[in-house]
Design a protein around this ligand. Sequence first.
Ligand code: FES
Ligand SMILES: [Fe+2]
Length: 457
Amino acid sequence: MDYNLRDGGPVLNPDAGDADPDRKAPYVNNGTDTKDPQRYYSADQMAREWEQLWTRVWTIAGVVCDIPEVGDVMTYELLHESFVVVRTGEGPEDVAAYYNICGHRGNRLVLQDFGHVGNRFTCSFHSWQWSINGELAHVTDSESFQPEVLECAPDMVPVRHEIVAGVVFINMDDTAPPVREVLGPVAGHMESFQVDKMHVARHTRTSWAANWKTGIDAFYETYHLGSVHPQTQPVMGDIDVQLDCYPNGMSRMIVPIGKPSPHFPDQESVNEGLQMMLADAGLDAAGFHGKAPDVRPTLWDQKRKISDEFNLGWDNLSDVQLTDSFATGIFPNVQFGMHPEGAFLMRFMPDAKDPEKFVYDNITLVRYVDDPRFKVPDWMGLPEGTDYMAADRPDVEYKDIGEPPELGLVLDQDSELLPVVQKGIRSRAFKGPLWSEQEQRVRHFHNELDRYLNGEK
Ligand code: FES
Ligand SMILES: [Fe+2]
């Protein structure tokens, strides 16, 4: 395989048809310019991002499985704003989204991350109420107001929302194109992995001392795996990933799993990591007599058997979808790692005040299978004892800067690295990132961001 990547790089499934989720997208030449590093720390950049990007772009507010009952709510904080998403009926799309404010004096209406309000929102300040459909329903001591004041008493202010594969997107801009149009092929990829049949097994929110784009940049490439996460080399690709850049800043990398990296010296032996993967899939690793290149086909067969046994409907998935990581960049601030058994929804949430701080919000979703014999694989990294069949979604685990993040080895390695990178980026000597074609998704992301900031979008 040729790894110069200057024509787009590897193709993992050469037989994929136009509509198939593993289809290689045409190479996008995003140029060679160097970006001014102030974009990673300046207050001016941060203000422009608020005006030009965050208030105009679709972002992910949450997943509908978190509000299963009528009257269930979840809140979503995006820099200076807070939104509340509420279930209003039994249908899959019976969901409303509002600015999370009280029209009386501006209090936040819903304070918790997730909860249940019944059929009304009640403000904690003076107990005004709104129905979950947004109509003003009660004004406390209304006779004490001059009538003119109450004439402009508002209903709740809706915010645009759309749902794709059980994922709720919101947008403050009423003139933005519909989310499916913006997502392009990514919407179909999410549907093919049946994300709407998953539910939340773990949710962590960790503060990191770096700009949100420093975070995105690191998660959008596998160039650093050999240096920062060498433990992945026996079982995971890096330079052999398939890289796809789509319109509107969307992108994807398919990371081959169940094979050694091309940088790993031994390409033949079934190393310890590969043996663990076989065992994790329910196979007899000790009795496996193949070589390393036989592991992936063996896993494909096994996963098809699992799909049949538990009626999971993975028949439509290609081989690479069964084993590999479909790490999908949903512009601007999400990496969504999708697999048949579950998905990792990672949001890089900018701090409202400090450009050198972001919250890494990581939701682990697992495919809901109502059969205790079904095993969520160990590679999903859920802590020992996680009850992934639990009726209630788990509480958010918060970790502030300085606390050990305890997100698993790979993510803990990233969390140590990024604040150091952020400090280096601030140096007078640093002239801006020099991206390889292994980092083409990063450049693709920054070019789209610039289109928003320059007024082209
Ligand atoms: S601020 Fe909400 S009722 Fe007064
Ligand atoms: Fe990393």
